[in-house]
Write a protein that binds this ligand. Sequence first.
Ligand code: GRF
Length: 208
Amino acid sequence: MPQVKIGVLISGSGTNLQSLIDYIEKGTIKGIIKVVISNRKDAYGLERAEKYKIDAVYIRQKDYESFEAFNNAIIDELKAHDVELVVLAGYLKILTPKFIGEYKNRIINIHPSLIPAFCGKGYYGIKVHEEVINYGVKISGATVHFVDEEADTGPIIIQEAVEVADDDTAESLQAKVLKIEHKILPLAVKYYCEGKIQIEGRKVIIKE
Ligand code: GRF
């Protein structure tokens, strides 16, 4: 089975990108990251990609006359690398319907909560964990899901929970959830590259 060509979109430190690179380097994923694209020039994830000789591209939204044109530039970059699977690893921009249409059921996102809780517009980064702590829930976790037209609403691929301790802060919870993210995102990509993921309406079945 040929290696699946992967494109990763980032906006920040890229620890999820790093975990994906680490799994691929170990040979556990039948995929290859062809390009990493960031909308932020200062995203450390670009340096992580460069260290592994992966094309690292900064695409500046302000260079385009519209959000649509900005998204089209990202699509062009992905197509230039023959990308088959798009992974959003801490990418903080929404995607246009055209983008989602071009890569239907081929865009995977990692979200730091148990969707459908604490997700959707405005829920990203530390804010997610602050809301979890403020609400007083007893478990949180991370979700890997396919991306569809809305925010954080696509079919769920993998979830893993973690206990919210009485003395947890948003920061300590974020650290616990990040550990889960670094495990389940590469696992979902592994299953995808092995052709083990089946989508039936809203349900995702992982064929062993
Ligand atoms: C992670 O918490 C991820 O769940 C969220 O953004 C953060 C990205 O972190 N989407 P990193 O850039 O992968 O370190």
